[in-house]
Design a protein around this ligand. Structure first.
Ligand code: SF4
Length: 291
């Protein structure tokens, strides 16, 4: 849950989730719709799907025991180097470092060397005798990430409070490296066309051609080729929606109709037991203003 998401956002989701799924077995018996419903609003839904698939695999293939090698852990869906190392440290107290953006920045600043010029695996391997000096490896993995998030922060690092400030090259250098990279934001324009019924329903389909919205239930969505208004549908409003590093400029249209194309199903605009991602919920809110 914490990947790409802030702790304060995650806390209520985590509490609810762990209350419902107390064991690996109970999680493995859930279905995807149930898990997605609990994840609703948290975004990056692939994480939820991978978590469920991993739970099923662990119960079925590993007798509910968590593997203890990086190679085996990386066989779990969605688990790459970073997560595998974090899990090896957290679960098995293995001496390792999970290299995320925070950790990369700490090393880069300490050496005053651009991240792209550092071979992190090699660096850690060469310095392992100096790095892994505690038996609390599990805490060390977490502490290093927290150090990057709270002390050696992306903006305004707290150098005066830092335990590394006597030897940090970044602090001493008159030619400091650039570490505050801005995310490149891409603007994309879409037309969204909604079939709406008088019973306060909206028709959604999984058949859309938009790559980052694959597998989501959505109204008809098409890339906007020019800024002209579509005359076959009624224009409702224009609004912006951000997803990750995308800034979406949306023209929303609607049409009251009882007939819908085959691949569509009706969904209530108010009470939904189904999983509705935030992007779709936003559309619901706009369309609800028609009633
Ligand atoms: S002294 Fe400043 S720049 Fe250097 S590691 Fe500490 S917080 Fe980061």
């Amino acid at each position: 849950m914490l990947q790409q998401t802030q702790v304060k956002t995650v806390i209520p989701y985590f509490k609810k989730f762990t209350k419902k799924y107390k064991t690996l077995e109970s999680l493995s018996k859930a279905n995807e719709t149930q898990i997605l419903k609990m994840w609703e609003g948290l975004g990056y839904y692939r994480r939820a799907r991978n978590l469920l698939a991993s739970a099923k695999l662990l119960v079925k293939e590993y007798n509910s025991k968590f593997p203890n090698t990086l190679k085996e852990i990386k066989k779990l869906p969605g688990v790459g180097d970073y997560t595998a190392n974090a899990l090896m440290g957290f679960i098995h107290n293995y001496p390792t470092i999970a290299i995320d953006g925070n950790v990369k920045r700490v090393f880069a600043r300490y050496l005053n060397k651009k991240e792209s010029k550092i071979n992190y695996e090699k660096l850690i391997d060469i310095n392992k005798k100096n790095l892994f000096i505690t038996e609390r490896n599990s805490d060390f993995v977490e502490a290093l990430m927290e150090f990057g998030a709270l002390i050696c922060k992306p903006k305004d690092p707290k150098c005066s409070q830092c335990c590394l400030n006597k030897s940090c090259r970044y602090l001493k250098s008159s030619n400091k490296i650039e570490t505050n990279k801005r995310k490149k934001i891409k603007v994309m324009n879409y037309n969204i066309f909604c079939y709406v019924s008088k019973k306060k329903q909206i028709a959604l389909t999984k058949e859309n051609e938009i790559k980052f919205l694959k597998n989501f239930n959505l109204p008809l969505i098409k890339e906007m080729k020019n800024n002209s208004i579509n005359k076959d549908w009624k224009f409702l409003k224009n609004y912006k929606n951000s997803i990750s590093n995308l800034n979406l400029n949306i023209n929303l249209y609607y049409k009251f109709s009882n007939k819908i194309p085959k691949s569509y199903n009706w969904y209530s605009l108010n009470n939904n037991k189904e999983f509705i991602p935030s992007f779709t919920k936003r559309i619901f809110n706009q369309v609800s203003t028609l009633f």
